[in-house]
Design a protein around this ligand. Structure first.
Ligand code: CS2
Length: 492
């Protein structure tokens, strides 16, 4: 049986919340597409799509969601009319909610459909969860024009000018596809809209702007000028722990709800969305679902990036080196917990502010809440999933804390320990290591790891931040910390 809700007698138990249970969802009018999303993954389904469904004006805001590299998620979701179940997994048990805000699920390779939807006057918002690494920014925060996929997409954009190249000539990266679609909106004269970056990056609105403008300018100066004048890049801090869906999750939905859903998503009860920026063509009332709109987002972003994501990365590398597989398991190890607490002490020192006009970040409460969230053992959040793309993630999660500590004359040892754990991890020479490093700089990291001693450390640090590898004191601090974790042998 597919995810089908019948009129009258609901096909699902009363414990499953569905906002339109009294109508057949299949025949119910779908909300019109006004949001286009790039990155149809589990997090998008548990976060932006969930908030959109909970907005008071949800009936006016449908999402067309495009996959990234593979069509699978779109095909599976399209089979069930875009409907799927959010399983909210608390210590006390699961609750279920069917989400219907994704009204069109599309293979990301269908760039012409993307362009058509972005060009439509009704489209007001483009949201992005394309991963931190997909913005292709170098260590200086500029678009890496030399990255092979950027070069390839630029060639495709140039060859495809005027549409002559057909679908085969369409860009293949999320960034290239977005720029192509924005060109279609410009050509259609459909006016301004908002691009809302929902990836875990500091200043993510500015990052998205730099990346889009960088690629647009390299292709067509007129398009870059149009983007500059018409696209509002909204910054956000997004939060909801959402591990990859497993077969067991699919079976749990079938058992509890009585229908089979190929694409459920399991998430923690906690969720948070802070946004800052303009929406020139309107937006859903996400605040009805708890989203916060603020003038100054940086303190919220850094709190989340450094405390939550920083600790996640620390557990991902140190935890795997110590033989653990999940966040909850790693946190139960006193050595990992101590490393997290020490890292939080350093991060908190830079987050705390004496300025009474700035938001009260309630750091002690936030830390206590994080410990409880990480300890939710019913959510199996795999460290291997968090460990990917470390070079991009640590630039945001570890380097700023290290630099802030050193600027204040302190050692920054706890942030340095996070970086040293990543350095150890990149050798993949511990039991249970992945066969290959998943990182946009995997080739460069491989070359650096063929060096030895201080040169290796300095070269790897230079990949994170150009100045870091040249700072002899930092290099020596990190060299001393490498290989010091307890647990399975790590060569130093
Ligand atoms: C994690 C995040 O995989 C990772 O890098 O740190 O996906 C994290 O789970 C989310 O940001 C939580 O909101």
């Amino acid at each position: 049986m597919s995810l089908e809700l019948q009129q009258g007698e609901p096909a699902v138990p009363a414990t499953v919340s569905h906002p339109r249970l009294n109508r057949s969802i299949r025949s119910a009018a779908k909300a019109p597409v006004r949001i286009v999303h790039l990155g149809l993954g589990a997090f998008h389904r548990s976060h932006q799509a969930w908030y959109t469904q909970r907005a008071g004006d949800a009936a006016g805001w449908g999402i067309a969601s495009f996959t990234g590299r593979r069509p699978d998620a779109a095909l599976a979701l399209a089979e069930q009319d875009g409907l799927y179940t959010v399983v909210e997994r608390a210590d006390a048990g699961d609750s279920f909610e069917v989400v219907g805000s994704i009204v069109e699920a599309v293979d990301g390779a269908d760039v012409d459909r993307l362009a058509e939807l972005v060009a439509a006057p009704a489209t007001a918002v483009i949201t992005l969860t394309i991963t931190e690494a997909a913005y292709r920014l170098d260590a200086h925060g500029q678009l890496d024009r030399a990255a092979p996929d950027v070069v390839a997409d630029l060639a495709l954009l140039e060859a495809g000018d005027g549409g002559a190249a057909g679908a085969a000539g369409r860009p293949t990266t999320p960034l290239g596809r977005l720029v192509f679609a924005l060109a279609a909106r410009k050509a259609a004269g459909s006016g301004p809209l908002a691009v809302v970056c929902c990836d875990n990056l500091a200043n993510n609105g500015s990052v998205a702007r730099s990346a889009v403008l960088g690629l647009a300018a390299a292709w067509n100066a007129g398009l870059a000028a149009w983007v500059y004048a018409n696209v509002s890049f909204v910054s956000t801090s997004v939060d909801r722990i959402t591990p990859r869906t497993t077969e067991a999750d699919v079976a749990a939905v079938q058992a509890a709800c009585g229908y089979s859903d190929s694409s459920p998503v399991v998430a923690e009860p906690f969720r948070n969305w802070v946004l800052s920026g303009d929406f020139p063509a309107g937006r859903p009332r996400w605040e009805d679902a708890g989203a916060m709109f603020v003038a100054e987002i940086e303190p919220y972003e850094n709190r989340k990036l450094w405390l939550l994501n920083g600790a996640h990365s620390l557990l991902a590398y140190a935890g795997q080196l110590c033989g653990h597989a999940t966040v909850a398991e790693a946190l139960a190890d006193p050595a990992c917990l101590r490393a997290v607490e020490e890292f939080w002490d350093e991060a908190a020192a830079s987050l705390a502010t004496a300025d009474p006009k700035r938001a009260d970040l309630r750091i002690p409460e936030y830390r206590a809440q994080l410990l409880a969230r990480f300890r939710n053992a019913r959510i199996a959040h795999h460290l291997a999933q968090i460990a990917v793309d470390g070079s991009t993630k640590l630039r945001m999660r570890a380097v700023p804390v290290l630099q802030a500590e050193r600027a204040k004359g302190r050692s920054g040892e706890a942030a340095a320990r996070l970086i040293s754990a990543w350095l150890d991890y990149t050798r993949l020479d511990f039991p249970g290591a992945a066969p290959e490093l998943a990182d946009p700089l995997a080739a460069e990291i491989g070359v650096a790891n063929s060096l030895s001693g201080t040169r290796r450390i300095a070269t790897l640090l230079g990949l994170l931040s150009p100045g870091l590898g040249e700072d002899a004191a930092v290099v020596s601090l990190i060299e001393d910390l490498c290989g010091t974790l307890p647990g399975p042998a790590v060569s130093g």
